[in-house]
Design a binder for this molecule. Sequence first.
Ligand SMILES: [Zn+2]
Ligand SMILES: [Zn+2]
Length: 90
Amino acid sequence: MQTEKECYVCGSTYGLEEHHVIYGTANRKLSEKYGLKVWLCHAHHTGSAGVHFNRDLDMQLKKYAQECFELKYGANMSFREVFGKNYKEE
Ligand SMILES: [Zn+2]
Ligand SMILES: [Zn+2]
């Protein structure tokens, strides 16, 4: 989902952590399989303004992940069937 190894939100390259955009037990594995991961600095990952505590940012990332998925795999499979959700409708 990214071309540079930097925080998706602020562009920091310090203290990066890998975030599985569609998380939860089964979906984390699917995120890994389909490459739906981004780099985030600690503050934007598990900090108080981070994606795990900020629903707007979480949804923004999930919609973007769905777009990436559909660009790459959309001709062959449906995001909704794989992940059980359609974030574009929310
Ligand atoms: Zn950041
Ligand atoms: Zn995370």
